[in-house]
Design a binder for this molecule. Structure first.
Ligand code: MN
Length: 235
């Protein structure tokens, strides 16, 4: 591999800083859980009956990752760019068809993330039965804080909240996840061989809404940390 001759320089490895370490965590894939808090599912017009349906997922390219503290351009082709504050689960060991009771063994740690969304394009895709990529896989649209190592630790309960320009817009608790941390790892590992460096955005609580140029977002998850983002002008 190291002898390969490329036509142009390959893109840099997407990575995140790690609290307490000088080493960065290289990112493999970015998975996101859809509709994983009841009140958010209801505000999206799609309530979830856990007894009758399975969790679903979408992915975002690692190239969309931007670190907390950044100012990002308001993205093209949307008039309804939304924030979604989320707890991000960081996988540190490989696993496939992992039983829920062993799911903690795959956990490296956690981070605070924003799953930024072109809501207008996502809803068009949803109505027409098209893929969600244009609504979700957005340049600079996957915001993430430093990673906090908590190997093997399952977060069962923690406040999750987001302020926009100092006003609280989202406030809930990780205990309200429809599919909890163990269930997400167990279920996602039925579809994918999970790998170190996989990020799983675990879903957003209710209160999602649109941002405009100049907005400053600050989110936190109790016991994990903070994520901030400033919305710049369209580039
Ligand atoms: Mn989301």
């Amino acid at each position: 591999m190291s002898d390969a001759q490329y036509l142009w320089n390959p893109p840099p490895v997407a990575s995140l800083p790690v609290r307490g370490s000088t080493q960065r965590l290289p990112i493999n894939r970015i998975f996101c859980v859809g509709r994983n808090y009841h009140a958010h599912a209801v505000e999206m017009g799609r309530p979830v009956d856990k007894a009758a349906e399975r969790a679903f997922y979408f992915t975002k390219s690692p190239q969309t990752l931007v670190h907390s503290g950044a100012t990002v351009a308001y993205p093209p082709q949307t008039k309804d760019y939304h924030y979604e504050m989320e707890l991000v689960l960081v996988i540190g060991r490989e696993g496939f068809e992992v039983p829920a009771e062993k799911a903690h063994e795959l956990i490296y740690g956690y981070a605070c993330g924003l799953d930024m969304t072109r809501r207008d394009l996502q809803l068009i895709a949803r109505e027409k039965g098209r893929p969600w990529d244009l609504g979700k896989d957005i340049e600079e649209g996957s915001v993430c804080s430093e990673v906090v190592p908590m190997p093997g630790h399952v977060i069962e309960q923690a406040e999750i909240a987001l302020e926009v320009n100092g006003q609280t817009r989202q406030r809930s608790d990780v205990s309200k996840l429809i599919w909890n941390i163990r269930e997400i790892i167990a279920d996602l590992s039925l579809y994918y061989h999970l790998q170190p460096g996989d990020l799983i955005y675990t879903g957003t609580p209710e209160g999602v809404g649109a941002v405009v140029t100049g907005d400053r977002l600050e989110g936190h998850v109790e016991g994990v940390g903070h994520v901030t983002l400033t919305i710049g002008a369209a580039a």
